[in-house]
Design a protein around this ligand. Structure first.
Ligand SMILES: C=C(O[C@@H]1C=C(C(=O)O)C=C[C@H]1O)C(=O)O
Length: 117
């Protein structure tokens, strides 16, 4: 017998009745969330290209601003704000580490150019 195809766009967590539907809905959302995280990381890479100096890569004020905004949004969509704060702590720290890697590669490239010429 052919497998029944369920379009995740038709699923609603308020009305699903089976664990198959629950997991299809979660898998679909996770794909979308991770795709958005990839889009977010492209902006981190842009920051690594734009920032003028290594000391501007980590901006503590902006980190707190980002986490506060995420917690405010979490409250609006009935998601636990403390959980979002924890997730964003890890996300922003990982983003800063990625930005340092990209920044150092860029600055390294520049100094390699300088020694070549
Ligand atoms: C992208 C930036 O660089 C870092 C990454 C941040 C982020 O992931 O949102 C926030 C602060 C910065 O330390 C920035 O300064 O805005």
């Amino acid at each position: 017998m052919a497998a029944v195809e369920i379009d995740p766009a038709t699923l609603n967590p308020a009305t699903v009745t089976t664990m198959v539907e629950v997991r299809l809905g979660i898998d679909d959302l996770d794909r979308r969330i991770v795709t958005l995280l990839g889009d977010r990381m492209r902006y981190i890479e842009a920051a690594a290209r734009i920032k003028p100096s290594r000391k501007t890569v980590r901006d503590e004020w902006r980190k707190q601003d980002v986490i506060t905004k995420a917690a405010v949004q979490a409250e609006k969509v009935d998601f636990p704000p403390e959980l979002v704060r924890n997730i964003y702590e890890v996300l922003v720290e990982g983003s800063i580490a990625h930005e340092f890697t990209k920044f150092d590669a860029r600055v390294g490239e520049k100094s390699e150019d300088a020694t070549e010429n």
